[in-house]
Design a protein around this ligand. Structure first.
Ligand code: FES
Length: 100
């Protein structure tokens, strides 16, 4: 039953920020033999949107784990690049002055 669900053509949006579907991610994994979430990210742009993968990162991991038959815990985690949200530099400077 689970295998049938995997094979079914699905167009569920996985990454809302970049509008990447589950099928696009599965197709990229199969076509290019992807083995890491970062490879999936680079090829599909899923995880490169405003939330930087906070919404779609775990879904990408789950899809990749299904496709390559590995547990999610065995996959390299998605790299996060700080700052996740832009902040004004004066806030950082203020924190530095407070700690002195
Ligand atoms: S939902 Fe994928 S980057 Fe935001």
């Amino acid at each position: 039953m689970e295998r049938k669900l995997q094979e079914r053509k699905v167009n569920n949006i996985v990454c809302r920020c970049e509008e990447v579907t589950e099928q696009e991610i599965r197709d990229a994994i199969r076509k290019f033999n992807l083995t890491t979430v970062d490879e999936v990210k680079r090829l599909t742009r899923a995880g490169m949107g405003l939330c930087q993968g906070r919404t779609c990162g775990s879904l990408m991991e789950k899809i990749l784990s299904e496709e390559i038959n590995k547990k999610v815990s065995e996959l390299l985690p998605l790299k996060k690049r700080p700052p996740v949200r832009p902040i004004k530099i004066k806030l950082l400077a203020k924190k530095e002055r407070e700690s002195e």
